[in-house]
Design a protein around this ligand. Sequence first.
Ligand SMILES: Nc1nc2c(c(=O)[nH]1)N[C@H]1C(S)=C(S)[C@@H](COP(=O)(O)O)O[C@H]1N2
Ligand SMILES: [Mo]
Length: 165
Amino acid sequence: MHIMSQKFRVLTTVLALMLTLGFGTTSAQADEVLLTINGASGNPIKLTRAEIEALPATSFETSTIWTEGKQRFTGVALKDLLSELELSGTTIRAKALNDYSIEIPATDAIAGGPIIAYFLNDQQMSVRDKGPLWIVFPYDSDVRYQTEVFYSRSIWQLDRVDVFD
Ligand SMILES: Nc1nc2c(c(=O)[nH]1)N[C@H]1C(S)=C(S)[C@@H](COP(=O)(O)O)O[C@H]1N2
Ligand SMILES: [Mo]
């Protein structure tokens, strides 16, 4: 009887720990607002990690000037983000946590073009590793993307996007 209750206590403690360390952490991150979008409508759209991951996903492999060897990026294509949220405009101003800011012409948002990546090799990226959101182009697919103009549009630690004309 005594041994049983002790086992039960150990079991419930382990379960509680799993909930707080495992499940708890995961849902907190899923609920975290990663991106604030301002379009013509005026009301800012705040997207959590879960909401961003629920948008149509695109993956590609490419090398980059910031990483070694081929890397697999997964995210929402800029094109799909604009269409899913019904955002229109000629220009996308992207801003980073460190207040780096760059304008990306909406004409860049094409199929086979840039994505807002949230996974690098199927793993979340920490702020230290250019995450949690990083606009990446499929550099290997087009030499045009292997230029300073597109490197400058490859904004990491992205947290705000404004779409305007
Ligand atoms: N968040 C963030 N993204 C950024 C930058 C930056 O300062 N902060 N610099 C941009 C510029 S101007 C270029 S050319 C490329 C390359 O930067 P690097 O040479 O410092 O790696 O990253 C771009 N993305
Ligand atoms: Mo640059």
